[in-house]
Design a protein. Structure first.
Length: 218
């Protein structure tokens, strides 16, 4: 099962509702929450996420790029977001936070930056519903895909298979028709795409093309 989650970081913020409706054929809308501390950019907070959720035709896949996520992360599950992903680097106790988020009825994801090793988290896969391997440095859209993180996906896919885990493996950053095929071949099944969905003029066609492209790698 392939999931395409367009990132509204690439949408027109003034015409957010229009752009949300334009991606109704996607699986989730990816919402990047940035605090200007964990990453050098500032985007949305809880109030904006709540409004996006109120008008979005598809569920929200929230990606928290914030410091002190142990204090603030649960609030996004309490808003009713379908999926809440936080960074391993920002949490002192990722397992406790994940359990709290899941207890609120949300799916929970763990994210790692390109330089963060995946090995310490492999034995924890059962605590999460999704694992996000960043394929760019988090903070800004429009960056180039970092191919050197692909072995992390291989390790995650092998471990998930061994553990009989149904965890989703997500990639975020620089996802295009070229790179989605590569990431899919390494085991990713959930793809965040921003520029490649919104910058071509027809998001629905772009979503369908990305979805079709993943079939080539299998």
């Amino acid at each position: 099962m392939v999931r395409i989650n367009p990132s509204i970081l690439a949408a027109d913020f003034v015409n957010m509702q229009r752009d949300l409706e334009a991606i109704a054929t996607a699986d989730f809308v990816h919402v990047d929450v940035m605090d200007n501390h964990f990453v050098p950019n500032l985007t949305f907070g809880p109030q904006m996420v709540e409004r996006i959720q109120a008008v979005s035709p598809i569920p929200l896949d929230v990606h928290l790029m914030i410091d002190r996520v142990d204090s603030y992360g649960l609030g996004y599950a309490e808003l009713g977001c379908a999926s809440v992903t936080f960074h391993a680097e920002a949490s002192d106790d990722p397992v406790s936070l994940a359990r709290a988020i899941r207890a609120r009825g949300a799916r929970c994801g763990l994210a790692i930056k390109p330089a963060t090793p995946v090995e310490p988290y492999l034995e924890l896969l059962d605590e999460f519903d999704q694992f996000l391997v960043m394929t760019v440095e988090p903070g800004f859209g429009g960056q180039s895909f970092i191919e050197s993180v692909m072995p992390k996906l291989d390790a995650l896919r092998a471990t998930a298979k061994h553990m009989k885990s149904a965890i989703w493996l997500q990639v975020d950053g620089g996802i295009t028709l070229d790179t989605i095929e590569l990431a899919s071949s390494h085991g990713a099944d959930t793809f965040v795409a921003g520029s490649s969905v919104f910058n071509g003029g027809d998001p629905e066609t772009a979503i369908a093309a990305l979805r079709a492209q993943t079939q080539h790698s299998h």
